[in-house]
Design a protein around this ligand. Sequence first.
Ligand SMILES: [Zn+2]
Length: 259
Amino acid sequence: MCPRGARLLVGAGGLLAPARLVCHCLLIEGAEGLVLLDTGFGIEDTRTPRQLGLAFTTVVRPRLDAAETAISQIRALGFQPGDVRHVITTHLDLDHAGGLPDFPDAEVHLLGRELEAAMNPGWRERMRYVAAHWAHGPRWVEHGVDGEQWFGFDSVRILPGSDAEILLIPLPGHTFGHTGVAVRRPDGWLLHCGDAYFHHGEVQSPPHSPAGLRAFGAFDQVDRSKRLQNRERLRELAERHSEEVELICSHDPATLPSH
Ligand SMILES: [Zn+2]
């Protein structure tokens, strides 16, 4: 995504120069198939950008290149889209759920609260959720918290029968049912924080981030106090457990740079 205002959004470049923000999607290879975490924009978004809304495409200026969609990148890795058995969404915003129609057979895991919000959007949420992204009738699997804890956060273990250890870590505020996703790796945990924050500096000590991104985060939230509270908890987690947990967020190209 290339919104104008690089200096304010990423802290470098011209005032009106385009910034570069990414949509991190993770592909997890488990013993019984692939798990895709967030889907970014989908093929149909690249063919019919107007379904994303004129305001969004004009301001955010997504580069709708079919080769950059999750399905194209998965094919380029030598897999078939049908190999993706499970999709997990941090939330259903248009820049995270656009690829859902590209994986119609996958189970789609999310917090029940997010599905409820997306199916019954209030006037402020109408622009963020695009009904075309679920017109195909996804195989939703709704999750709720059950008292399990992970580093002091609520957590929900999904795919309990699988060898992949993947937890939903509810982080509401950006949307009502927004969740982080923790993935166990051989050397610790990777926590994909979705849009709980936008710039890596927000979870560093002392916290810092470009002014434009701060303003955007404040504009694009449904519950300010929960968002700020969760962001602070993430900063503490990063400070106390940096050896065991690596945090990334959706849109910051500086985290998880592509090799
Ligand atoms: Zn987003």
